[in-house]
Write a protein that binds this ligand. Structure first.
Ligand SMILES: [Zn+2]
Ligand SMILES: [Zn+2]
Length: 311
């Protein structure tokens, strides 16, 4: 959520399906009634799930999305809300300017190309320059898009980096981090998530580069304020209740769950201490896995069954 000096607002992503109402009430608590610029970085559920709620709750100006579609219900919900409000979608891609004023410039530096296999690399990357301060919001961009941004010779230098893909090791390549050279980084990440985000490799890179890191799982809402020269940071703690148990009503982006109880064993997540079927759509990263032969073994080790795959 970005509030410009003239009172205009920009929202970049809106959390997952369950987050929608919390996002709306947070924005209202910040006195927002109109979102002048709404950006859906890419059509993954954790970024656009709450966006239909936002579109219905506020007066909306321009909507930006990368030119890619997907067949999930959550994406269709967003398109339906856009249509109901009579809004048009503008293309988010490198070179598109949102605002160009003397002291304030907002533009996209990615996606540079098209045809990406992974939706993450379609992520719209927003660059905001106010006075001499710069913010770079990267969605879930991964190494491929980072490389293309570097090759495009866009000015990537920023004071604040919204770290790509929740701190995954598939993003924040050394060359990209060197070009951005941020003073502050913020990682948007759920506590005890099943992906092991943020990955320790990314945290190590940021620490080695002397970047001051904020994390929403620990700091809650993080607010950066720029006067055009200096940036101050506030941690507001969490205004959002912990994630409700998965009801199974969310649309999983991955393949349907087909239990393979025979011979497959079970995969535990060292962080969340949940265990899954090997076919679950929310398996942890390799380095956070622990393998069990039987269900009993997982339970006696103190692991609880995942609510999505019901192992
Ligand atoms: Zn994401
Ligand atoms: Zn994504």
């Amino acid at each position: 959520m970005v509030q410009f000096p003239d009172g205009r607002n920009m929202l970049v992503d809106a959390g997952n399906n369950d987050d929608g109402p919390a996002v709306v009430s947070y924005l209202k608590s910040r006195g927002v009634s109109r979102i002048d610029y709404l950006v859906a970085t890419h059509p993954h559920e954790d970024h656009i799930g709450g966006m239909d709620n936002v579109i219905r709750a506020f007066d909306i100006g321009q909507v930006y999305m990368p030119r890619v579609t997907t067949t999930t219900k959550t994406f269709e919900d967003v398109l339906l809300a856009v249509k109901e409000k009579g809004l048009k979608i503008s293309s988010a891609r490198a070179g598109v300017t949102v605002l160009d004023q003397e002291n304030l410039k907002v533009n996209f530096v990615a996606p540079v190309g098209t045809g990406y296999e992974d939706l993450n690399n379609w992520s719209a990357v927003v660059r905001i320059q106010y006075g001499s301060t710069v913010f770079l919001l990267t969605g879930d961009t991964e190494a491929q898009s980072e490389e293309e941004m570097l090759a495009s010779r866009a000015n990537l230098k920023a004071d604040v980096l919204k770290v790509g893909h929740h701190g995954s090791s598939s993003s924040t390549t050394p060359a990209f981090l060197k070009a951005v050279a941020p003073k502050y980084a913020v990682i948007s990440v759920g506590a005890w998530n099943d992906y092991g985000h943020p990955h320790k490799e990314t945290l190590a890179k940021l620490a080695n580069a002397g970047v001051q890191v904020y994390r929403t799982d620990r700091d809650g809402t993080v607010v950066f304020t720029s006067d055009g020269k200096n940036i101050t940071v506030e941690k507001l703690g969490s205004t959002i209740r912990p994630r409700a148990p998965d009801t199974g009503s969310m649309v999983a982006p991955a393949a349907p769950v087909t239990p393979t109880r025979s011979g497959g064993g079970y995969i535990g997540n060292k962080n969340s201490r949940k265990f899954h079927l090997p076919s679950c759509s929310t398996l942890p990263a390799e380095h956070n896995r622990v393998y069990f032969k039987t269900r009993e073994e997982a339970i006696s080790a103190g692991y609880t069954p995942c609510k999505r795959c019901n192992p």
